[in-house]
Design a protein around this ligand. Structure first.
Ligand code: GDD
Ligand code: MG
Length: 349
């Protein structure tokens, strides 16, 4: 099975850790590894080849991080601009054999239970071999509007709703047979392309043209590197796999799974994921020699530290994120407002 890793997102919700030049997937967060590296490691037991779809600008960063953990052969497809996930997945599937079973994963999520993950992938692979488009369903815990919702009857998908409004999300949560879409998919390359051609023919056609014009670069690496041209990429309509295919297809299945999944979409989500491992304050040192923070009567804070000494006195429920050129201090529960900070920075740039 081939792991197609989607690496082109430019998530800024973890500012100041993530930046345009260093998207979330490449930030070293846990044990000195980035989420992209964790993705590579997580999939080496279930796949025999990685196929990385990333932005041209991030190629050397991705190749460097790959070389530090690689145990599978990995090839690259480079996009000069992002056109969202439907074209990224289509280009990958067009570059592969049509009978290849593909496991599409994001590059910026956390999965804490590797065994549960592997079991889910094995189930998904079996369904993909029967010509289904397979999703991975996460039991929802609150009415998130930034996810896709899968209405399920056992493994059959009755409907798929991408990013609903809050009232619908609340209803789905109450109903009990809705799952969050994890953003991972499993299918045969050819089965996905047939559905894309039927349901979003413009994306399909433009992707075929782009892949026909793509060229292979020789970087003298172990990897093959395919580059898509700018004009061809611009001709592909922007769309996500969720809107372009999943909402409209009737061959979608779901594998419900409880694998300790989080999209780590904010510092609050990050705190929730790591707090259990700490007593008073959750501390993520980002360098091996980061000084241990000094906390005097301070508790329930998240500290993401670098090379400066940080000290907290008598404060609770804060998010403190230190980087070399920016510091974020926020109340816990308010980290979604980081996007307002990023918007301000973009305005003044
Ligand atoms: N190569 C490439 N090119 N990758 C991309 C592009 C692109 O143009 N756009 C996004 N990606 C990558 C991101 O890096 C991320 O790993 C993944 O594709 C998903 O993209 P997001 O932009 O993070 O999608 P989302 O969070 O809005 O929604 C998706 O994920 C949710 C779960 O986190 C959807 O699939 C939802 O249904 C799902 O619930
Ligand atoms: Mg996302």
């Amino acid at each position: 099975m081939i792991n197609v890793i989607l690496c082109g997102g430019s998530g800024t919700r973890l500012w100041p850790l993530s930046r345009t030049m260093l998207p979330k997937q490449f930030v070293r967060l846990f044990d000195g590894h980035s989420l992209f590296q964790d993705t590579l490691i997580r999939n080496q037991s279930v796949c025999n080849h990685s196929f990385i779809v990333s932005n041209t600008e991030q190629f050397f960063l991705a190749a460097d991080q790959l070389s530090q953990v690689a145990s599978l052969k990995a090839d690259f497809l480079l996009e000069p601009i992002g056109r969202n996930t439907a074209p990224a997945i289509a280009l990958a599937c067009l570059a592969l054999e049509q009978d290849d079973v593909v496991l599409v994963t994001t590059s910026d999520h956390l999965v804490k239970d590797q065994k549960a993950y592997e079991e889910a992938v094995i189930k998904a692979k079996a369904l993909a071999e029967e010509n289904n488009l397979v999703t991975f369903g996460i039991r929802p815990t609150y009415p998130e509007t930034g996810f896709g919702y899968i209405e399920a009857s056992d493994q059959d998908v009755l409907s798929f709703k991408e990013k609903p409004d809050v009232d619908s999300a609340k209803l789905y949560l109450e109903k009990g047979n809705y799952f969050w879409n994890s953003g991972m998919f499993c299918f045969k390359a050819g089965v996905f392309l047939k559905e894309l051609e039927r349901l979003s023919p413009e994306v399909y056609q433009a992707s075929v043209e782009a892949i026909n014009l793509a060229c292979e670069e020789d970087y003298s690496l172990d990897s093959r590197v395919f580059k898509v041209g700018l004009d061809a990429m611009q001709n592909i309509p922007e769309d996500s796999i969720d809107y372009a295919v999943m909402e409209k297809s009737d061959i979608v299945k779901v594998v419900p799974c409880d694998m300790g999944w989080s999209d780590l979409g904010s510092f609050d989500a990050l705190y929730d994921e790591v707090k259990a491992s700490f007593d008073d304050n959750a501390v993520l040192p980002r360098l091996n020699n980061s000084p241990e923070p000094i906390c005097v009567d301070a508790k329930n804070n998240l500290l993401v530290t670098r090379d400066r000494q940080i000290a907290l006195i008598d404060v609770e429920e804060l998010l403190v994120v230190d980087t070399s050129d920016a510091i974020l201090i926020s109340k816990r529960g308010s980290s979604q407002k980081v996007k307002q900070v990023v918007a301000e920075i973009k305005k003044s740039a």
